[in-house]
Design a protein around this ligand. Sequence first.
Ligand code: IMP
Length: 430
Amino acid sequence: MPLQIIVGTQWGDEGKGRIVDWFAANSDIVARYNGGDNAGHSVTVGSKLFKLHLIPSGIIHPKPVAVLGNGMVINPRSLIDEIDMLTKLGVEVNPARLRISYAAHLITPAHQALDKALEMVRGKGNIGTTGRGIGPAYTDKASRRGLRVADLMSVNLVDHLSTLIDEANQQLNLLGAPYINPMTVIDDFQKYREVMLPYIADTSMELAVAIAAGQRILAEGAQGTLLDLDHGTYPFVTSSSTVAPGVFTGLGIGMTAASGAEVTGVCKAFQTRVGSGPFPTEVFDDLALRLRGTGANPWDEYGTTTGRARRVGWLDGVLLRYAARINGLTELVITKLDILSGFETLKLCVAYRQGEKTISDLSFGPSDLEGYEPVYEEFPGWAEDVSGIRKWSELPRAAKGYLSAITKLTGVPVRLVSVGPEREQIVNAE
Ligand code: IMP
């Protein structure tokens, strides 16, 4: 099995970073295929907390090569800051260990300014974006005028950048937003180019060679299935293909690599969402505080990228079954089971009710979830602190009951369960 795909099954923030970290130890390459620095992955190793936005968390291990695929949009400033942060924390980052696709797109300050200005104009109907310029950068890509990583090698870089910034300024002017100084951007990009040039590669070709040689490739998705541009809760989505099939275009690898691939869906033991959009199982007040945490711990439910408090709720099994189908999941990893310790009763949404009708599968995808009432099945909770457990057989009976209900609902076996933020706080179902 040369290819394993790690994908979020919810609205992002499922804890994919630490699960990638877990599987990365046995991988040759860890490759990201979508999104940009809107993502935030936290991995705790001993006393060190790594907060990554662009570089796959596999880089923390000594062996794997990290790849930023062509499906990504890269903010060079964030990338360089992240390289510096990793270096300071003792992780070796060099062009042999980090490969950046020449065909990935670059985010400029104009994209960030447009993202924020467009959100202002949307007012109450805003998407709640991370403000990182993701949507405008993918818009430029789709309108075939975007700036690609390969353009850093071109003599036309300055002209291309000035045209882009001029066009963005016209739009910013119409939106009543401040003007971006093209000279500052050009100066900064000249510096970024010097740092980034040695890392630029034909990563599609390098991955093909690695696959042919039988190397193990771990493909890391950012955000989650319900934020996918095509299959998520549109329009409250991100602008990239977050689902497992996005791996093939986002990394430029052929479909034959799909044969025998493991597709691992990472799912939090409850539901969270940042930004606007429907959330049928959302809870509020004391219950919400219990699931979210107060923010005192780094693993509490506050955004790694924006610091925003996440909306929280009970696990939505209808949406999870949908994610299992869209991604073709072969296994599930359930994270943050420890947070459910101490609840007398747990709820799992198994269907929706709309008026007189009860539905267990969505007729037209998850975009239009307004007016759907969750139908819950209740499960006994457990009082025990599970954070020290490493063996499946030692999990409380009620916890195993809740996990088997998830498998029964989705038809996908649970392979791993995380019971705390530390690297080794994982229970293997095998
Ligand atoms: P954008 O990706 O910044 O355009 O934001 C679009 C939507 O996706 C917003 O609701 C964001 O909150 C959400 N989003 C983007 N990246 C992440 C992530 O890594 N985790 C959770 N939500 C995200």
